[in-house]
Design a protein around this ligand. Structure first.
Ligand SMILES: Nc1ncnc2c1ncn2[C@@H]1O[C@H](COP(=O)(O)OP(=O)(O)O)[C@@H](O)[C@H]1O
Ligand SMILES: [Mg+2]
Length: 317
């Protein structure tokens, strides 16, 4: 630890002008620093015992979920990230430490490399993220195979039903609440699963003139690639745009997924995969809708398009 970059950072901390930004809901900070000629972004996270949130009272269950998310992110950087080399961009993880419940994830800073966050994007940017997601999903796609390799992650994304008993309890009675377990089972039964990013919102990608880099791997796990696509869409398209642009963007995603699978010489029956995932589209939306209603029923992401997809899923049940 003595010679680690993190200890050098601690040493320099008091002398340099560091920039610091708070992580999700006060669970730590993102520190920027320069050591020698290189710039680093250090994600220092610790879940406080008394974590408070405006929308829901935190229970020990939700605290454990949050801690597990930092374990997952470090596991992903330690054992999985290198398998994406030359395929899709992510920050290089230089040091990973866990010291008394504090997770230190020391990454290269992507900003000096020319990447920056964007709060609104064009269709071209959306397609770049879809490219990134398709490549990511193709890399880990499995069909009815032994999924034990991914056991440590469990299911991905932060809203699937197993991880949200408190929000489920909070839901008022409704057809969606009654069907929540059925929807969850439908999604888990799909023959084709992969590792998903799990929190593929626009804020977790940064862009330069021609490329995109993805990060924040706290919710990686098994799942349906379209749940990443759905979450991305909720951050870049409003209800009307969803109505008019979804099908073209989904076609684009599937064409890139097919290409990425071909490059991997995958034996997967792509037509069957596409059909199964496309049929799951309404269930993917309904599943996220279920979470939002329990978490924050007036959430602006609940729009007509989401309600319509939920209605379609309930009609199929
Ligand atoms: N490697 C990095 N280089 C530069 N900035 C980063 C890097 N990693 C994260 N950030 C910035 O810090 C923010 C928070 O990091 P993130 O991993 O998304 O944690 P969380 O969303 O849980 O707070 C990101 O939105 C991004 O702006
Ligand atoms: Mg983030």
């Amino acid at each position: 630890m003595q010679s680690s970059l993190y200890s050098q950072y601690l040493h320099l901390k008091h002398r340099q002008n560091q920039t610091s930004q708070t992580l999700w809901n006060g669970c730590g900070t993102l520190e920027k620093c320069q050591i020698g000629t290189r710039k680093y972004a250090i994600k220092i996270s610790q879940v406080p015992d008394d974590l408070q949130h405006v929308n829901i009272q935190q229970t020990s269950f939700s605290l454990q979920r949050k801690i597990k998310s930092y374990v997952k992110e470090q596991h992903f950087y330690r054992h999985y990230a290198s398998r994406l080399r030359d395929l899709c961009l992510l920050p290089q993880a230089i040091e990973l430490h866990e010291i008394n419940g504090r997770f230190i994830t020391l990454l290269e800073d992507f900003e000096p490399l020319g990447f920056q966050n964007m709060s609104s994007v064009s269709t071209l940017h959306i397609k770049r993220v879809l490219d990134w997601l398709a490549t990511f999903h193709a890399n880990w796609l499995i069909e009815d195979e032994d999924i034990s390799e991914f056991d440590i992650f469990g299911y991905g994304n932060y809203w699937h039903l197993d991880t949200r008993p408190d929000e489920y309890q909070k839901m008022p009675n409704s057809a969606l609440k009654e069907s929540a377990h059925k929807i969850d089972k439908t999604l888990k039964r799909i023959r084709y699963q992969t590792l998903i990013h799990g929190d593929a919102k626009l804020a977790n990608f940064a862009f330069d003139d021609s490329r995109v880099i993805g990060y924040d791997f706290q919710h990686v796990g098994l799942g349906n690639g379209l749940s990443d696509v759905m979450l991305l869409f909720t951050t870049v398209l409003d209800s009307e745009q969803l109505e008019t642009q979804c099908s073209e963007l989904l076609d684009y995603y599937f064409s890139r997924l097919q290409q990425a699978l071909m490059q991997k010489r995958s034996g997967i029956d792509f037509c069957d995969l596409q059909q199964q995932w496309q049929e799951s589209w309404c269930f993917v939306w309904a599943d996220f809708h279920r979470f939002l209603i329990g978490w924050r029923p007036d959430h602006p992401k609940i729009n007509d398009y989401m309600r319509k997809q939920t209605a379609i899923s309930l009609n199929q049940g």
